[in-house]
Every structure is written in C-alpha cells, then in structure tokens.
Design a protein around this ligand. Structure first.
Ligand SMILES: Cc1cc2nc3c(=O)[nH]c(=O)nc-3n(C[C@H](O)[C@H](O)[C@H](O)COP(=O)(O)OP(=O)(O)OC[C@H]3O[C@@H](n4cnc5c(N)ncnc54)[C@H](O)[C@@H]3O)c2cc1C
Length: 455
C-alpha cells in the first residue's frame, strides 16, 4: 500500500482534518527534548477508543508500524517516530469523563493534560497526587505508559499505585477493558499493571481510572542548605518521623546544579550560592495553624541543632513558586545529557564521588551536575556540555557502569525507550528479558507498535 492510499484510508476513519502530513507538520518539533522536525508518514488524531481500534486494526492488516505520542515530554525518545511510522496522537481524547467523590475515582481519556486534571479536581477539593515539572504538557496516557514518578512519590507512590482501571487497545484493534474502580480486586493476573510502564510497546492506553485523595488545605515549603550528604539523609529521616506523615516532597540539589541555574540572567537564588547541598522540603496537611506550627518548630529546632546551615521559608505562593523554579526550570544547564538513575540512599554519596572522579579522569570536558528525588533513591544527572554522539556514549558508559557496584538501576522513572536499550541488560536477567519478549510477541507478534522501544 502506498503512503497516499494509507493516508486516504486513515482520513476516512478519523476525518481529513485529523490526519496531518507534509507541509503543515514540516516544522513541527519531534518532541520536547528533540527540536528536529518530526519524521513520519502522518500524524493521526483519533477522537475516541473506537477510532483508535479501527486505525490500529487497519495498520495491523497493512503491516504498518505505529508510534504513540501524548505530550512528547518523555525523556527516552520513546515517542520519537521515524519516517516509516504513522504517529497516533492522543491529544483529541482529552475529556475528563467522570469524577466520583464517593468512590474517590476519576475516569479520564488518555489525552487529558495532567495539569488540567489537577486543576479540575482542585476546584472540587480533590487531589490526583502525580506531579512533575512537565505537568502543563504531559498527558495521563503518557504518564501511565511511563509509570511516571515526580515530586510526590515519597508520600503517594508512582503512577502504578495511583491507577485503578485501564482501557487499552491492542495492535490488532482489540479493546481490552480493565476499567475496575475498586482498590482491591484479586481476580487473577492484574493485567493493567502489565501495560503501566510498558512505554507503548503492548497497547495504546485510551482511558484511565485514577485514585483521588482529599486536597490538602495547608502547604509549608522551605529551602534549606546543608554541608554534607549525611546531613541530607539525617534530615530526611527527621522530617519523615516528625511531620506526622505530611511530608510530600524532598528534593535535593548539589551545589553545581544550584550554581548552574541561579545567578545573573538566571533564577534568583533564594539562599547564598556557596553551600554544598540544597533541599526543598514541602509538607501538606489539613490544619493550617497546627501544620505551620509543627513545620516551623521543627525547622527552628534543626537550625538550633546545627543540622542545617541556612533556611528560607516561603511565606506566600509567589515565594513558593520561586523556590520551586530553581528545581523545575533547568534550561540554563541545557543542552546536556540527562540521566535518571536509582540506587540505595546509603550509597548515593559514594556514587556521586565515583562519578566526579571518573568524569575528571576519563572525560574531563564533561561535568556531571546532580539533583533529584532523593527520598525515592532517584538521582538525576545532567552531564555536559553536549558535544556529539560519541561523547554522549562515553558519558553513558561512565554513568551506567559506575552503578554496577552499588546495584543501581539505569532508569528510575523515565523508562528505557530507544536511548537506554543497550543498558537494559545491566539490570534485567536473560530470563526476565526472554519473558518480556514473549509478552511482546503475544500482544504484537509483527512488532508494529512502538517498534524497537524497550526490548
Ligand atoms: C520539565 C520536565 C520534567 C519532568 N519531570 C519528570 C518527573 O519528575 N518524573 C517523571 O517520571 N518524568 C518526568 N519527566 C518526563 C516526562 O514528563 C514523563 O515521562 C511523562 O510521563 C511523559 O508523558 P507524555 O504525555 O509527555 O508522554 P510522551 O512523551 O508522549 O510518551 C512517552 C512514552 O509513552 C508512550 N505513550 C504515550 N502515550 C501513550 C498511550 N496513551 N498509550 C500507550 N503508550 C503511550 C510513548 O510512545 C512513549 O514511549 C519530565 C519531563 C520534563 C520535560
């Protein structure tokens, strides 16, 4: 089948205006991280599950490969198509179908932007606790496909803990509905979990039932500075133990990250720029006066004990946003190679030292800058500046091989996609990889859906 006749058939299914190709998309960036013009036969925008089913079925019959795109903020090139692929974009499937406050469940289409869901729920004093810097662009389907983490994992868990039900369309067009709103449902294999974090290799997620929580009514936020990683760990334990379960974020930045994103022409530095470590600590609760009192008392005790060097407390939402901008808006460090590893908290400091020493010895023109969701054992690293792909590979080799003695993982929350495939076997045994391939073979034997991703 020629591309022209494929485009004509796809247009018949979803409408001419929902199939884009040629000039109208020639300047469209591939994704958030990849500004190169998108390469694809066509971008197809189905408006409902039935259309997803029909278009996958058509592609299946024709042996046509498909790449799924939601917000395009994923970090592993998983949603970056080639010129041979058709792109399925979920952006038109953006309805919040139902919010059930009795069951504490929201049912949404996969193309709902995370921030839209957060804001709609907040108007009803409800919370879907997934939160990440890409909230304004990423979509729930992409979040589920990547098992996203973000800044509230220490309190609420990753997406895997937040999804109750899922509707998925398989490559042959089968609509698989596991839309069960119950938290407990031990009826055989929990099939939805197989699709969560599968990065679009097993099916297209079209609807999701997510867990809701009461929206906290108080929020305390501070940035503190400490002089060692031991002090970081000690503070984490102390805040966890003494904040009565209200600790919701604990984000750590090494000095070189903080210095890189603050200063002239960059973010205003809330604290002086010469401390070894900076931590953003946030607690959310339901009783403003007692929460505030407890948070401020703990902070002042810790200051008196000498456990922290300096601190700034946000006294308004504007000050809170200023603190968070330092952590969430890191353009000043780009372009650089981004890594997302996890390892036991107790080994993180040593890993950071090994990295520093190895970059100095093996790739002296490349500098690792560290920050991350430390309470989850999740470290992000920017290594740069960007030079070329050979340089990038040399940096990969240092970051990933240095994890081995610590039993760390090459992906904490971003996934594998295309660009970490070579490293998957560092963390997964041959038996595990063989089982993954068997599952893929059963669901997509012709390897048409997000081909070449993950395995
Ligand atoms: C500023 C910034 C901050 C970030 N912070 C975090 C963070 O704290 N934690 C974190 O985990 N990630 C973070 N990310 C990465 C990214 O936002 C997440 O991976 C997010 O979940 C991707 O969602 P998306 O809608 O953009 O998906 P996309 O990038 O469009 O897709 C990601 C992958 O999922 C597949 N996919 C997308 N939609 C579907 C679907 N409906 N069905 C099946 N497969 C699908 C794609 O094919 C691709 O393989 C950040 C990114 C940015 C730009």
């Amino acid at each position: 089948m020629t591309n022209e006749s494929l485009i004509a058939s796809l247009s018949e299914l979803v409408g001419v205006s929902n199939v884009l190709y040629g000039d109208p998309i020639s300047n469209q960036a591939t994704s958030y991280w990849n500004p190169a013009p998108i390469q694809t036969i066509a971008i197809v925008k189905p408006g409902c599950t039935e259309e997803v089913s029909q278009l996958l079925s058509l592609c299946h019959e024709r042996g046509q490969s498909v790449v799924i795109q939601s917000g395009g903020t994923g970090v592993c090139e998983g949603a970056d198509p080639s010129s041979e692929d058709v792109v399925v974009s979920l952006e038109r499937m953006n309805q919040i179908i139902d919010v059930d406050r009795n069951e504490m469940v929201a049912t949404v289409e996969a193309g709902v932007i995370l921030q839209n869901l957060q804001e709609t729920l907040a108007d009803q004093n409800l919370l879907f606790p997934l939160d990440l810097g890409a909230r304004g662009s990423c979509m729930i389907g992409g979040n589920v496909a990547t098992n996203a983490g973000g800044i509230n994992v220490l309190r609420y868990g990753m997406v895997r803990n937040l999804v109750l039900g899922l509707e998925v369309v398989l490559m042959d067009g089968t609509v698989l509905s596991s839309m069960y709103p119950m938290l407990k449902n031990n009826t055989g294999y929990d099939l939805k979990q197989m699709f969560i974090g599968s990065e679009g290799t097993l099916g297209v997620i079209t609807k999701v039932m997510v867990r809701l929580f009461p929206l906290p009514t108080s929020c305390q936020c501070a940035m503190v500075a400490v002089d060692s990683f031991d002090a970081v760990s000690a503070l984490l334990h102390r805040f966890r133990a003494q904040l009565s379960g209200t600790l919701s974020a604990f984000e750590v930045m090494w000095n070189n990250y903080y210095v890189g994103v603050t200063g002239e022409g960059k973010h205003r530095a809330p604290l002086s720029r010469d401390y070894p470590f900076y931590i953003i600590i946030e607690a959310e609760g339901f009783d403003e006066s007692s929460d505030k009192l407890r948070f401020e008392r703990l902070l002042s005790e810790i200051l008196d004990d000498g456990q922290i060097l300096d601190a700034v407390l946000a006294s308004s939402e504007r000050e809170r946003r200023e603190i968070w901008m330092v952590r969430e808006e890191f353009d000043a460090l780009l372009p650089a190679y981004l890594y997302d590893v996890s390892l036991p908290l107790g080994t993180m400091d040593e890993y950071a030292e090994v990295l520093e020493a190895r970059f100095n010895a093996e790739l002296p023109d490349c500098h690792p800058v560290l920050f991350g969701h430390i309470a989850d054992g999740n470290l992000h690293i920017f290594a740069g500046p960007y030079v070329d792909e050979a340089h990038h590979s040399a940096a990969d080799e240092i970051v990933y091989s240095a994890l081995i003695p610590f039993g760390g993982s090459v992906s904490a929350e971003h996934g594998i996609g295309l660009n970490k495939k070579a490293w998957l076997s560092q963390n997964r045994s041959e038996d595990e990889l063989a089982l993954m391939r068997s599952i893929k073979q059963v669901l997509d034997p012709a390897n048409l859906l997000n081909p070449g991703r993950v395995i």
